[in-house]
Design a protein around this ligand. Structure first.
Ligand SMILES: *[C@@H]1O[C@H](CO)[C@@H](O)[C@H](O)[C@H]1NC(C)=O
Ligand SMILES: *[C@@H]1O[C@H](CO)[C@@H](O)[C@H](O)[C@H]1NC(C)=O
Ligand SMILES: *[C@@H]1O[C@H](CO)[C@@H](O)[C@H](O)[C@H]1NC(C)=O
Ligand SMILES: *[C@@H]1O[C@H](CO)[C@@H](O)[C@H](O)[C@H]1NC(C)=O
Ligand SMILES: *[C@@H]1O[C@H](CO)[C@@H](O)[C@H](O)[C@H]1NC(C)=O
Ligand SMILES: *[C@@H]1O[C@H](CO)[C@@H](O)[C@H](O)[C@H]1NC(C)=O
Ligand SMILES: *[C@@H]1O[C@H](CO)[C@@H](O)[C@H](O)[C@H]1NC(C)=O
Ligand SMILES: *[C@@H]1O[C@H](CO)[C@@H](O)[C@H](O)[C@H]1NC(C)=O
Ligand SMILES: *[C@@H]1O[C@H](CO)[C@@H](O)[C@H](O)[C@H]1NC(C)=O
Ligand SMILES: *[C@@H]1O[C@H](CO)[C@@H](O)[C@H](O)[C@H]1NC(C)=O
Ligand SMILES: *[C@@H]1O[C@H](CO)[C@@H](O)[C@H](O)[C@H]1NC(C)=O
Ligand SMILES: *[C@@H]1O[C@H](CO)[C@@H](O)[C@H](O)[C@H]1NC(C)=O
Ligand SMILES: [Cu+2]
Length: 572
């Protein structure tokens, strides 16, 4: 008996070390109808006929396999936001970067090795499609989390539109929208519903996994009369930090521990306030301040509301548990961005005045199929592919300067980066150099950059592949506020072998699967999307309105309005 017990304990211990399951999901991406805000029933995109798509739970070392079928009448794709995809970049999802999309009626099997832990999400990376509902929580469970808690709860927040995303894009990316006014959401949702309720049991400790799945709106999150201890930022466990409120931009995530009160004589509200700064107009009927009740006791009254609203929350005060020191940057790029009307008459966001346009060949396939002598030449990724070459193992630095009067969240695929500096205005390395002796700067995958300010981010180029870097305000990404990091292209062919299905899908959708951005060998990129430039030198964003009026009348006068420019930049 004794022997048997010992034997079983040994086997169990072994199992817990070697645990690695295949989590296989069959996802048929379908249209369905839903009315999550209770105000308007609309066509949405769900999975297997249901909305919202199911959350995904996996454990470190599992392999997530999603057999995806596209039942829509347009392409689709899935991006597991925050996954390193180290050696599997062709499973990353962004259309035009690592794949071409799954054609209507087509299939793709995403096979994603789970090497990380923490709070993530999965969403479509084809045009504005996630706004129509194709987004869900993706939780990578850690069998031995560094903190103890009794329950683990996902709290997603997102803005919600009554119009289809394509309707929004058609009005946003339009010559008649010269100021670039984004479509304003119709409501805000917690856990995809207007009536979400949470139940707290006295004395228990809850881990709340906060995920902002917005397209535009930023949220301020707080709970009346409860403090929260931040313990995770985007998959990076942190030292406990007690806060009263949290700010999350689109695509950002935090885990907080909240300990329920012992006293059950009151119930309380959770608050998620949308920040309307990005909204050109705030419709009278838009509920900006969303609440969800936290019930301790069905018979108790609610404590008076005490919405903390828009208090500052400085993410650089968070300290990762796993210490990663700083290194000097060996490759540094100023990435200034702003919005203005370009030569196609459309107000676009862009880094360094070059709006990103999708190439004819997805950039990953370009890197894999181009004659190797050209692989390190940014030219081959297109005049508007915004390619930045990262030598293998270099310490990359982007000094991202926000010249716009609105705040924007930027996401880098395939990595977490360190946020090593923030400041007002434009980064000036001689006036305000980065503090190079920080012991352990915060690491995350999505950085929020307030208006007229900068953030300096750094990461080690240790994941050879093509990684998208873009604003996670979906409207801005579609208008061109994106760049791609081409990491160690010479190492890609030996490390990355996309499945045949990816090539088949490209061909079915009319994409090129080899050569440069124009689908040719060598440096000749004629025929690749391009020519969307600033109207003339020296014209700055300051004159936006006047310039736009000018362009509209010129275009109308010419009678050759570039309607193709309504966002159809990819060869679909
Ligand atoms: C995951 O796999 C690695 C490498 O085999 C191992 O060191 C680690 O303990 C595993 N983690 C879990 C939670 O099983
Ligand atoms: C997971 O699936 C792969 C491919 O089908 C297979 O080789 C592997 O053995 C499976 N692993 C487990 C733990 O079932
Ligand atoms: C939320 O609850 C209210 C009141 O019970 C109800 O009228 C409304 O339809 C519900 N909304 C949703 C989206 O379930
Ligand atoms: C997609 O997968 C389904 C189910 O396995 C299969 O019936 C169908 O033929 C596949 N379609 C294509 C285009 O491969
Ligand atoms: C998935 O994980 C979340 C967060 O830990 C948890 O609340 C939920 O119950 C899990 N769902 C399933 C089906 O395991
Ligand atoms: C989510 O992100 C959007 C866009 O950055 C932001 O406006 C909104 O306030 C965020 N929501 C929360 C709850 O932080
Ligand atoms: C909630 O907090 C407010 C402000 O600190 C305080 O005045 C009030 O007594 C608290 N109420 C409860 C029920 O804890
Ligand atoms: C609740 O009561 C327990 C046991 O008396 C105590 O240890 C704990 O600190 C109390 N929690 C709070 C939030 O007051
Ligand atoms: C919403 O909350 C903010 C604080 O975030 C507050 O300033 C504003 O007045 C509230 N708006 C409404 C309509 O309650
Ligand atoms: C950066 O700062 C230095 C030192 O203060 C100053 O001389 C220089 O003009 C600044 N550069 C810019 C572009 O503002
Ligand atoms: C740089 O960071 C280190 C470590 O956090 C700190 O001790 C030091 O004061 C900082 N230096 C400056 C100039 O802020
Ligand atoms: C990718 O894997 C290599 C080892 O093959 C490792 O050195 C590197 O740190 C990994 N990068 C990331 C971002 O996971
Ligand atoms: Cu933006």
């Amino acid at each position: 008996m004794k022997f048997l017990n010992g034997c079983m304990a040994g086997a169990l211990a072994l199992a817990s070390i070697a645990r690695a399951a295949n989590v296989t999901l069959d996802w048929d991406i379908t249209y369905t109808n839903a009315n999550p805000d209770g105000l308007f029933e609309r066509r949405v995109i769900g999975v297997n006929g249901a909305f919202p798509p199911p959350p995904i739970n996996v454990t470190v070392n599992d392999t997530l396999i999603i057999n995806t079928h596209n039942s829509l009448d347009v392409p689709t794709s899935l991006h597991a936001h925050g996954m390193f995809q180290n050696g599997t970049a062709y499973m990353d999802g962004p259309v035009g970067v690592t794949e071409c999309g799954i054609p209507p009626g087509g299939n793709f099997t995403y096979v994603i090795p789970i090497t990380q832990k923490g709070t993530y999400w999965i969403h479509s990376h084809y045009r504005g499609q996630y706004m129509d509902g194709l987004r869900s929580a993706l939780i990578l469970h850690d069998p031995t989390p560094p903190y103890q808690y009794d329950e683990d709860i996902v709290v997603t927040m997102n803005d919600w539109y009554h119009d289809q995303s394509e309707t929004g894009l058609a009005t946003f990316l339009n010559v008649y929208n010269p100021t670039g006014a984004e479509p304003v959401p119709n409501s805000g949702l917690i856990n995809n519903n207007a009536n979400t309720t949470f139940n707290f049991v006295a004395g228990k400790t809850y881990r709340l996994r906060l995920i902002n799945m917005s397209a535009l709106a930023m949220f301020y999150f707080s709970i009346d009369n409860h403090t929260m201890d931040v313990i995770e930022v985007e998959g990076v466990d942190t030292q406990r930090k007690t806060v009263t409120n949290i700010f999350l931009a689109a695509a950002q995530r935090y885990s907080v521990l909240v300990t329920a009160k012992n006293d059950t004589s009151f119930n309380y509200y959770m608050h998620a306030d949308m920040n309307p700064d990005m909204f050109d107009v705030v419709p009278d009927d838009l509920q900006l301040n969303i609440t969800a009740p936290i019930i301790y006791n069905q018979n108790a009254a609610f404590a008076p509301q005490n919405d903390l609203g828009s208090l500052e929350f400085d993410d650089t005060t968070l300290v990762p548990l796993e210490v990663v020191g700083m290194a000097h940057a060996d490759h540094s790029y100023p990435m200034s961005f702003d919005f203005q009307v370009y030569t196609d008459g459309i107000n676009r966001g862009a880094f360094n005045n070059v709006p990103y346009l999708m190439p004819k060949t997805p950039s990953l396939l370009t890197a894999l199929t181009i004659d190797q002598q050209y692989a390190n030449d940014p030219t081959i990724y297109g005049s508007q592919g915004h390619a930045i070459i990262a030598p293998h193992l270099s310490m990359m630095e982007f000094a991202v300067n926000n010249l716009d009067s609105g705040a924007h969240p930027f996401h880098l695929h395939g990595h977490v980066f360190q946020v090593v500096a923030r400041g007002d205005g434009v980064y000036n390395a001689s006036a305000n150099p980065v503090n190079e002796t920080q012991a352990n700067p915060v690491r995350r995958d999505t950085v929020h950059i307030p208006e007229n300010s900068y953030a300096v981010i750094r990461w080690r180029a240790d994941n050879p592949a093509v990684w998208f870097f873009h604003c996670h305000v979906e409207w801005h990404l579609e208008s061109g506020l994106a760049a791609q990091v081409i990491e160690a292209p010479e190492l890609m062919p030996q490390r990355l072998q996309p499945p045949q299905q990816l090539y088949d899908n490209c061909k079915a959708l009319g994409w090129s699967v080899e050569g440069n951005a124009a689908g040719k060998q060598g440096l000749d990129i004629s025929g690749a999307p391009g020519g969307v430039t600033i109207p003339y030198d020296g014209f700055t964003a300051k004159g936006k309105g006047a310039m736009a009026a000018c362009i509209i009348s010129a275009l109308l006068g010419m009678g050759t309005i570039v309607w193709y420019a309504q966002g159809q930049v990819g060869p679909q």
